[in-house]
Design a protein around this ligand. Structure first.
Ligand code: AMP
Length: 328
């Protein structure tokens, strides 16, 4: 069975973008692949975060994964920091990484600019983030990684580092393939549909959170930015808002964009937004019902289930790397 790794940073509550770009596809892949899925708390401290907020994010994210349909009897669910090896492999990988390649990452350019505007400095963690991500993937020798389009560049770096490990140290790591959804690989922000929907956006009205109050989520969609044409069709360049709502509708209903347009094309924007809101609310309501029935003990037992196996896999690949480098 092929192995896939996927993680979500613990910087906030999970969003509709996380669900469509990542979680939904992991759920579908559970029967076909061996999946290692983690909440990325170490990535969560890349930019300053209040410790109690981080703890709350980690616990809510784990519950939300399960509420979305991650089956802990199939998927190996864990907390990144609980498995020894992520930070160790990160260090080894820094020694074969180049500063120039890291500085060219689009996400680094965006985030470092934001950070220096806000605080006048750029945490080194922002630059190193993709190396930790490479470590997360190579630690389990994954063959595939389920990600949204925003992570493609980071995965390229992972592939480069795997190749470098193999050629310099005569190792045989898999070169992991990105698995990116055909529809919904980049869900856009609601009021500014030219930027990615993100859980750390300063304006909460840009983002639908999976745990949003249902009335608030509906209101966010109803007040999303469209255009003045009042005609429903797909054109990402000229109608980014309408196209984003069509993408959300299609991804949740698991139909093509063309099928969605066919269903919705005769509606005015008010009716159109109501139809999109209806499918989103139905999804959120199912997730939230499950979320409310889960206890902290359920999460703890989910984490305990495969911990030994996950750690033994991590140990195996760390040992290969340390031996390869000549450290052991
Ligand atoms: P992050 O929240 O940045 O840790 O991302 C976790 C996963 O969700 C990654 O696979 C991302 O590519 C995916 N993701 C995050 N935001 C979006 C979005 N707006 N649209 C599609 N996928 C996303």
């Amino acid at each position: 069975m092929k192995r896939i790794v996927s993680g979500i940073t613990a910087t906030g509550n999970l969003t509709l973008g996380n669900y469509i770009g990542s979680i939904k596809n992991l759920i579908k892949a559970q029967n076909e692949y061996e999946i290692f899925m983690f909440v990325a708390d170490l990535h969560g401290i890349t930019s300053p975060i209040n410790p109690s907020t981080l703890r709350k994010n980690v616990s809510e994210q784990l519950k939300t994964y399960i509420s979305c349909g991650i089956d802990v009897n199939k998927t190996k669910l864990f907390k990144q920091s609980e498995i020894i090896g992520h930070t160790e492999l990160f260090y080894y990988l820094t020694t074969i990484s180049n500063e120039g390649q890291l500085k060219r990452m689009t996400q680094y350019k965006d985030k470092s600019l934001k950070s220096s505007n806000k605080t006048n400095h750029i945490p080194l963690g922002l630059l190193m983030y993709p190396i930790l991500m490479a470590g997360d993937i190579l630690l389990y020798n994954a063959e595939g990684v389920i990600v949204g389009a925003d992570q493609k560049q980071h995965l390229e770096l992972t592939r480069d580092l795997a190749e470098r490990l193999n050629s310099r140290f005569k190792l045989n790591f898999n070169i992991p393939e990105p698995i990116i959804p055909k529809i919904g690989s980049k869900i856009m922000a609601l009021k500014t549909p030219t930027k990615k929907m993100s859980k750390s956006d300063d304006d909460i009205n840009e983002t639908v959170f999976l745990l949003d109050d249902l009335k608030i989520a509906r209101k966010k969609i109803m007040s999303s930015l469209t255009d003045s044409e009042n005609k429903v069709y797909f054109d990402e360049k000229n109608k980014p808002g309408v196209s984003n709502l069509l993408t959300i509708f299609s991804a949740i209903k698991e139909i093509t964009i063309e099928e969605s347009v066919e269903k919705l094309k005769d509606m005015d924007y008010k009716k159109f937004k109501e139809s999109v809101a209806d499918v989103v609310i139905e999804l959120l309501s199912n997730i939230q019902n499950k979320f409310n029935s889960l206890t902290d003990d359920d999460v703890k037992s989910a984490l305990d289930k495969n911990k030994l196996y996950i750690q033994s896999e991590a140990d195996k690949y760390i040992n290969k790397v340390t031996k390869g480098f000549g450290i052991r």
